[in-house]
Ligand binder design. Sequence first.
Ligand SMILES: *Cc1c(COP(=O)(O)O)cnc(C)c1O
Length: 364
Amino acid sequence: MNCCDLTPAHVRAIAPYLPGKPISELARELGLAEADIVKLASNENPLGPSPLALAAAQDALYDMALYPDGAGFALKAKLAGKCGVDASQIVLGNGSNDVLDMAARAFLAAGTSAVYAQHAFAVYPIATQTAGAQGIAVPARNYGHDLAAMGAAIRDDTRVLWIANPNNPTGTFLPWLEVEAFLDTVPPHVLVVLDEAYGEFLPHAERCDTTAWLARFPNLLIVRTFSKAYGLAGLRVGYGLGNAAVIDLLNRVRHPFNVNAPALAAAEAALDDVDFLARSYALNAAGMAQLAAGLSALGVDGVPSRGNFLLAKVGDAARINTELLKRGVIVRPVANYGLPEFLRVSVGLAGQNARFLDVLKACL
Ligand SMILES: *Cc1c(COP(=O)(O)O)cnc(C)c1O
């Protein structure tokens, strides 16, 4: 018996997260130039970062010998103003995945359970299992969350219920009124984690100030990220908004100095770059329309999406994915999400979207 044989069964049962293939890796494999590869696989911002964020991160590098502000005072102050909450209601994360993991470690343990939807973000089962809790996957409705069924799946030992709205990888979206009505029915012993990673891509008419719900729902944790619309995926910074008692528990399991100094500085600057955010939104809306029209012209069904990505029903997705890779196009297979006929395509620049559509046409 060695140490690996003795790992807890719940750790060995975890299906590791499958990231998008890095451009450098495919370039090595194919002997292609990195510039000839298009990656539409990780919902990254095709505009790159905001120039203000880039400059702030560069400045912060001069202080890299020093620990960052472990409390993230300046970023929290700015977020508090923007979100209309007190700084004590904010926790910062090394990406929002860090916040999701903190929620699992603070609220879950062996003997408890967590509810999530089939086809929901892969980190929910991973974080749940890592904490030793049992995951309860609830069958999807039209690829999205079936809130009534998720509510019915709650048990006495359930401590967390995960919701992504919009959801990744399906792009499905529940009108906020439905989510709000659902929250009214969730018993207080269950923390609802509302993951809004793609909130900035919602059309304005479909947005909602969910932070206003915190006063009514002490068991609500809202999670947001700088990785998508703000273009800071590589720096790793996100945050959670909740009532002070929930945030206090998350801070107990949070790693000290979990958000690095360039990330803190870039996030702060990114919040000021309203113009960049508007450009991200507009580019995504145009690219989504381009992809949807292009897929439809090829006779490929897509799942309507409110994110910065789209599920395309290509049939034998494993084969098509291999063909796309050979031609230098990286998208995301989602068989591990129970969607073996689909590929998930992130919205890129107009030229990247066109290249994907062209290459897909050749592969079908
Ligand atoms: C991309 C994504 C996140 C963000 O992850 P980060 O750790 O902030 O980069 C969170 N939730 C969902 C559903 C996502 O798709």
